[in-house]
Design a protein around this ligand. Structure first.
Ligand SMILES: *Cc1c(COP(=O)(O)O)cnc(C)c1O
Length: 639
C-alpha cells in the first residue's frame, strides 16, 4: 500500500501517456482469513481481514547513530494504521489516522479482488459481472477513486471504459441522515497522503458537474450543492457524494429513511438519477438473536411449529393461532421469567444489586447519543421517583430500568449522560422508599455478548429516537423477536415493526417527522414546555441544583443548557408529555398478564420480515444480480 509522494505523467506500456504515482511511503498488508460457517448449508465462506506491517523493521541509520527510539518510529507509525478500529459514533473527531486506515483497508481489498479477477480473466468489461462491491456507509468511499486508479494507471484503460466498470461494480448503502455525521475529508489530507486519488476525484467531479449543468443550465447553486468538493475556509471532499456518483445503486435501510434520503439529504441526486435509489430495510439473524440468545423460547417455538423458522423466519406466523392457547401463553411467561432470573443473576454479579424478576424490566441498550434520547428515559425515571417520594403509598407497577451503552471517546455529552444514569441509579437504589418499586441499573461494556443476555429478559423495549433521526435501528427488531413490547416513536424501522405487529401491540408516542419539521419551522421554544408544565419544571430543576451529585454541584448544568438554553435540538421536552402518558398505558397493560402475553406473542409471530435472510436476498436480487449457489448437502445419516 502506498502513501504520499507525487504524481508523474509519461508513456505507459501501451505507449499512451499515463499517470504514475511515486509514493514516499509503502506499507505491507498481511491478509488474515477468517472462516464464516453457514448454518446447516455445508458451506464455509471466507472473510479476509488485513493488518499493516512496516516494510522495514527499523531504520539502521538511526540505530547506528544510537537513536534507538527514532529507529523504531517509522515501524510504529506504519503499524499504527491497523492498531485500533477508530470508533465512530457519527460525530466529528480525531482524524488523520482514520483517513489512512480507510484507504489502507480499501486498497488491500481492491488490489486483492483485481488480482483474483485477473487469474481467470483479461477483459475488464466483464469485471462487474464477476464482482459486486457494496459500500457499507461512506467509510470505504475512497474505493471509487482507488478502483479508477487501478484501472487507469495499472491496467491502462481509457477513462470512459474505466468509469463504466467502476459504476457498475459499486453500490452504496447510506446509514445516517444527520448532515454533521457525513464524512468530508480535507483536500489537504488528500494532497499529503493520496495525491493521485485527488486528481481522479477532481476529474470525476468535472465530468459529473458538466452533466448536471447540461441538464440544469444556469443553476449555479445546484452545482455548488452537488459538487464532490465543498468550498469554504478549508476545502473538503464529500465522501457521500463520491459514493452516490460512483455507484449504480443507492439505498437507505428503512422505508422512512429511504424516503427522507430522496426528499431531503440526496434530493438533488434523486432528481438527476431516480433509478439509482431503492430501499433495503435492515434485518437481524434469527440464528444469533433467537436460536442462540434465547434457547428457552427457541425450544418452545420449535416444540409447537417445528424448526423450519430457523431458516425461514416467516414461519413464526404459525404461532398466531396459539394466542388462544392458555397453556402456551403460560409457557411463554415461564420462559420470560427464567430469562429475567438469569439477567438478575448477572446484575447481582456485576453491580452487587438485587433486582426483582417479577418487576417490569424496562430496557434501553444502545450506543449513547443525544438523538437516541436516553435523556427521555432519565426524565421519566426522575418523574417516577418524584411521584413515589410525594406519595409512598401509591400503587405503582414495580419497575427495573436497565440501561447500557458506550459513548464515543470524544463525545462529552454522551459521557455525561452515562455519569448521570449512574448517579441516578445510586440515588434510587439507596433510597428505602424505592424498595420493591423502583430500581435503576447501568451495565458497563455494552457489546453483542451482553446484548444476548439482556434482550431475551426484556419486557419493554425503549426505542425513543427523535422522528427522522434513526435510519433503521436493529436493536428494536431483536427485542420484538424476543417478545418484548416496544415503546417507541414513528422513526426508522419502528414504523415497519408497528405495521407488522399491529398498532394495538405497540406503545406509540411522540411527534412525527412532519410534525417536528413544522415545529422547527414555526420556531420551537423548549422554555414554553418548562413554563407550561409543572412536571417538566419540577424535573428540570434537578439539573440546576446539586441534588443529582452533592460533591459536584453544577455537574449536569450542560443537560439543562442543552434542553433549555440551546433550543433542545432533539425535541426531548417536546415529546416528554406524550412519553409520560404512554408509560402510563404500559403500566395498565402490564397489570393484565394475560393481555400482555397476547401482545408479546403478536410481536414474536409477526417478526418474520425482519430476518436478515430477507434483507440479503433483496440485495442479491436487486443490486448484485446474483442467484443462490446450489449446494450439496451430505446424505442424511441412516441408522
Ligand atoms: C444491535 C446492537 C446495536 C444496535 O442497536 P440500536 O438500538 O439499533 O442502536 C448496538 N450495539 C450492539 C452491541 C448491538 O447488539
Amino acid at each position: 500500500m502506498r502513501f504520499g509522494g507525487r504524481v508523474e505523467y509519461g508513456p505507459g506500456r501501451s505507449g499512451r501517456a499515463v499517470h504514475r504515482w511515486m509514493p514516499d511511503k509503502t506499507v505491507v498488508g498481511i491478509p488474515y482469513d477468517f472462516p464464516i460457517a453457514g448454518y446447516g448449508n455445508n458451506t464455509v465462506n471466507n472473510l479476509r481481514l488485513w493488518t499493516a506491517k512496516a516494510t522495514e523493521e527499523f531504520d539502521l541509520r538511526f540505530f547506528s547513530g544510537g537513536d534507538y527510539l527514532r529507529a523504531y518510529e517509522q515501524k510504529a507509525l506504519s503499524e499504527n494504521i491497523t492498531k485500533v478500529l477508530y470508533p465512530d459514533d457519527r460525530i466529528e473527531e480525531g482524524r488523520e489516522l482514520r483517513f489512512r486506515q480507510q484507504y489502507f483497508f480499501v486498497s488491500c481489498s481492491l488490489q486483492d479482488i483485481v488480482r483474483r479477477f485477473k487469474v481467470g480473466h483479461d477483459d475488464f468489461s466483464k469485471f462487474p459481472d464477476k464482482v459486486a462491491i457494496q459500500l457499507n456507509d461512506t467509510h470505504p468511499a475512497i474505493a471509487v477513486a482507488e478502483l479508477m486508479r487501478l484501472l487507469l494507471d495499472a491496467e491502462e484503460m481509457e477513462w470512459d471504459a474505466a468509469w463504466d466498470v467502476t459504476t457498475r461494480t459499486f453500490g452504496y448503502t447510506n446509514h445516517t441522515l444527520m448532515p454533521e455525521a457525513l464524512e468530508r475529508w480535507p483536500v489537504r489530507m488528500f494532497e499529503e497522503h493520496l495525491p493521485r486519488h485527488l486528481q481522479i476525484i477532481y476529474e470525476i467531479n468535472r465530468r459529473f458537474l458538466r452533466q448536471v449543468a447540461n441538464r440544469f443550465p444556469n443553476d449555479v447553486e445546484r452545482l455548488a450543492r452537488m459538487s464532490l468538493v465543498e468550498e469554504g475556509a478549508e476545502k473538503r471532499v464529500r465522501m457521500a457524494h463520491l459514493s452516490v456518483v460512483g455507484s449504480h445503486s443507492v439505498n437507505g435501510v428503512s422505508q422512512v429513511h429511504t424516503g427522507l434520503l430522496t426528499q431531503r439529504l440526496l434530493r438533488d441526486f434523486h432528481e438527476v438519477s431516480p433509478e439509482k435509489f431503492n430501499n433495503k430495510t435492515n434485518g437481524i439473524t434469527p440464528r444469533r438473536w433467537l436460536l442462540k440468545a434465547n434457547p428457552g423460547l427457541a425450544a418452545l417455538v420449535t416444540e409447537r411449529i417445528g424448526d423450519g423458522w430457523v431458516k425461514d423466519l416467516a414461519q413464526l406466523e404459525r404461532l398466531l393461532p396459539l394466542a388462544d392457547d392458555d397453556g402456551f401463553k403460560a409457557r411463554l411467561r415461564e420462559v420470560k421469567r427464567a430469562n429475567k432470573q438469569r439477567l438478575a443473576e448477572l446484575v447481582a454479579e456485576e453491580c452487587s444489586l438485587h433486582v426483582d424478576p417479577d418487576s417490569l424490566f424496562d430496557v434501553q441498550v444502545k450506543r449513547i447519543h443525544e438523538y437516541k434520547r436516553q435523556l427521555l428515559n432519565v426524565l421519566h425515571i426522575l418523574h417516577r421517583y418524584t411521584r413515589l417520594k410525594e406519595n409512598p403509598a401509591q400503587d405503582a407497577v414495580p419497575r427495573t430500568f436497565i440501561l447500557a451503552g458506550k459513548a464515543a471517546p470524544g463525545y462529552a455529552m454522551a459521557k455525561l449522560i452515562i455519569r448521570l444514569i449512574n448517579d441516578l441509579a445510586f440515588i434510587v437504589n439507596n433510597d428505602a422508599d424505592m424498595h420493591g418499586r423502583l430500581r435503576v441499573v447501568f451495565l458497563s461494556d455494552y457489546r453483542v455478548s451482553l446484548a444476548e443476555r439482556i434482550i431475551p429478559a426484556a419486557d419493554l423495549s425503549e426505542q425513543t429516537s427523535a422522528a427522522g433521526t434513526e435510519a433503521s435501528g436493529t436493536g428494536n427488531m431483536k427485542f420484538a423477536l424476543n417478545g418484548a413490547l416496544t415503546i417507541g416513536t414513528l422513526d426508522g424501522a419502528n414504523i415497519e415493526i408497528r405495521e407488522a405487529v399491529g398498532a394495538e401491540n405497540f406503545f406509540l408516542f411522540g411527534h412525527t417527522v412532519e410534525e417536528l419539521h413544522d415545529l422547527r419551522r414555526s420556531g420551537y421554544n423548549p422554555w414554553d414546555c418548562y413554563h407550561r408544565s409543572p412536571d417538566v419544571r419540577r424535573i428540570m430543576d434537578y439539573f440546576q441544583g446539586h441534588f443529582l451529585n452533592l460533591e459536584q454541584p453544577g455537574l449536569y448544568r450542560p443537560v439543562w443548557e442543552s434542553l433549555l438554553d440551546h433550543g433542545d435540538p432533539w425535541f426531548v421536552l417536546a415529546d416528554f408529555h406524550s412519553y409520560l402518558e404512554c408509560q402510563e398505558a404500559v403500566d395498565r397493560a402490564y397489570r393484565d398478564p394475560e393481555r400482555w402475553t397476547r401482545m408479546s406473542l403478536a410481536n414474536i409471530a409477526n417478526m418474520g420480515r425482519f430476518s436478515s435472510d430477507r434483507t440479503i436476498l433483496e440485495y442479491a436480487r436487486d443490486i448484485w444480480h446474483v442467484t443462490p449457489c446450489p449446494i450439496e448437502l451430505p446424505a442424511p445419516e441412516s441408522n
